[in-house]
Design a binder for this molecule. Structure first.
Ligand code: SF4
Length: 263
């Protein structure tokens, strides 16, 4: 399965300052989505994502793995954002679309479909016709990390992409769901980067936690921040996160974002 790898050449992609230099310049989401896929700022993650793409899993040996940073996916006019952790090695790192191609994505897209925000309950590959309504899916780290564990330095290096995405979504954005404690922790400074003040002490992650972040300069609306356990297989297999639990948080967030929930 082939994906386009963008337009034109960009220099300095392996410079550690590449995200911080390039992301703030983006004035449109499609521009951001293109430039982020060029990033090579984290040597460990670049090596891992490309090694996984080269070796491949036996079940996907016919795939041309994406093997690059994964941009956000969904509605450019989203009023709800869902923020995970990072692409999975054989999921989004294979398909090139956020949350697409693994069990975590299956769980999430089924939940979004349940409340009428996804056009279909499955997400198989980037050309499967799936569309989202009013929702944008993204992550604080855009390259697949070994064992799903980015370092603090990698998280911080990647934050410029998320900050820029939230800035571009800000005029319409009303609610954000953080999937898991890592996403929550990474999301807070990215929200602050958009000019919105954070409460002190910082709000603590928990499933079902709902915090209203006040308006900021140029941001006339409050932003609703909600937490959900991450729909990882470890959480869903053990029952820590059930399907109704995830649907409940997403439905509440959609209502706060003034999105009609159809079911
Ligand atoms: S994790 Fe983020 S900052 Fe690091 S190489 Fe990937 S896209 Fe660039």
């Amino acid at each position: 399965m082939e994906r386009s790898h963008g337009r034109g050449a960009v220099s300095g992609t392996d410079d550690p300052s590449f995200p911080a230099r390039q992301a703030p310049r983006c004035t449109r989401l499609d521009e951001l989505d293109d430039i982020v896929t060029r990033c090579r700022a984290c040597p460990r993650l670049v090596a891992w994502r490309e090694e996984v793409a080269r070796v491949r899993r036996a079940a996907f040996r016919d795939w041309d793995y994406w093997g690059r940073p994964v941009p956000g996916f969904g509605d450019a006019d989203a009023s709800l954002a869902v923020v995970g952790l990072a692409p999975a090695a054989h999921g989004a790192n294979r398909t090139g679309r956020m949350f697409t191609g693994d069990a975590t994505g299956d769980f999430l897209f089924a939940a979004l479909h349940e409340i009428g925000l996804a056009s279909q309950p499955t997400s198989l590959h980037a050309g499967d016709g799936l569309t989202l309504r009013g929702v944008r899916l993204t992550a604080p780290v855009r390259c697949a990390p070994p064992e799903n564990r980015p370092t603090a330095n990698e998280r911080d290096a990647c934050r410029s992409w998320l900050s820029a995405e939230l800035r571009l979504l800000a005029p319409r954005l009303r609610a954000v769901v953080a999937l898991g404690g890592f996403g929550w922790q990474a999301l807070l400074p990215a929200i602050r980067d958009t000019g919105r003040p954070l409460p002190r002490p910082r709000p603590v992650f928990g499933h079902g936690v709902h915090v209203v972040l006040p308006a900021g300069e140029g941001l006339p609306h409050p932003l609703h921040l909600l937490g959900s356990y991450h729909p990882s297989q470890r959480n869903t297999f053990t029952g820590r996160l059930t399907f109704p639990m995830l649907v409940g948080v997403l439905r509440r967030a959609a209502e706060l974002a003034e999105l009609p929930t159809g079911r």
